[in-house]
Design a protein around this ligand. Structure first.
Ligand SMILES: Nc1ncnc2c1ncn2[C@@H]1O[C@H](COP(=O)(O)OP(=O)(O)O)[C@@H](O)[C@H]1O
Ligand SMILES: O=P(O)(O)OC[C@H]1O[C@H](OP(=O)(O)OP(=O)(O)O)[C@H](O)[C@@H]1O
Length: 190
């Protein structure tokens, strides 16, 4: 029986990377792999544990079929390595840092994926993005605008999405994620 794809999504700055880092060990212990994304983010940027490549290299890998899923946002390209298919076939669950804008396409390829939406109160989002300090103020505003578009568009709420609030402390969010997955990620529910 195959594993289940856990599709974590949420606005930039909501805490997806922080949550993934904090939950990595218990997820592994629960038979859930976390995949490193391939991103065309410049090498000097700090941030998630991702594989940074040039645009040319990204396109080369995409054309070669290296990605199970790929999308563009914030002027960057993001790819999910195709090795996740092997893990899923072996019965392991896989958690990915996904995109709200790519959810529909992702569901076409993975009909049983579990969509988990990380939310955070509006006022905290700008503050977190600014505190992270990776983007300049204009880029932060662009991310907030993008989030506003998703909030105004109810298309991502047409399917059953598990919501996880990260407005409080991270440890609480980790505990809630693990609780949610221990219930939802069982193979017999796929
Ligand atoms: N629960 C939390 N409480 C306070 N700060 C948080 C929390 N979760 C994340 N952060 C901080 O918010 C910023 C954005 O988090 P990050 O994980 O980079 O978000 P994302 O990956 O969704 O863009 C980081 O500076 C991070 O340390
Ligand atoms: O369609 P959306 O839901 O808006 O998502 C667009 C992209 O933004 C997020 O990345 P990330 O949080 O890494 O963006 P960042 O570059 O601001 O960190 C998410 O993981 C997607 O790759």
């Amino acid at each position: 029986m195959g594993g289940r794809l856990i599709y974590l999504m949420g606005p930039s700055g909501s805490g997806k990377d922080s949550l993934i880092e904090a939950a990595r060990k218990p997820l592994r212990a629960g038979n859930c792999e976390v995949v490193r994304r391939v991103i065309t983010r410049s090498a000097e940027s700090v941030g998630e544990d991702a594989i940074e490549v040039s645009r040319e290299e990204f396109e080369r890998r995409r054309a070669k079929g290296d990605f199970a899923l790929s999308w563009q946002a914030h002027g960057l390209s993001y790819g999910i390595p195709v090795r996740i298919d092997q893990w899923l076939a072996e019965g392991r669950h896989v958690l990915i840092n996904g995109s709200r804008g790519h959810l529909t396409e992702a569901q076409l390829r993975y009909p049983t994926l579990l969509p988990v939406l990380l939310t955070v109160k509006d006022e905290a989002l700008r503050e977190r993005l600014l505190r992270r300090g990776r983007e300049n103020p204009a880029e932060v505003e662009a991310r907030l605008r993008r989030n506003g578009l998703f909030m105004a568009d109810d298309s991502i709420s047409n399917i059953q999405i598990r919501r996880l609030d990260n407005s409080g402390d991270l440890a609480g969010t980790v505990a809630n994620l693990l609780k949610l997955l221990s219930f939802s990620a069982k193979p017999d529910r796929t």
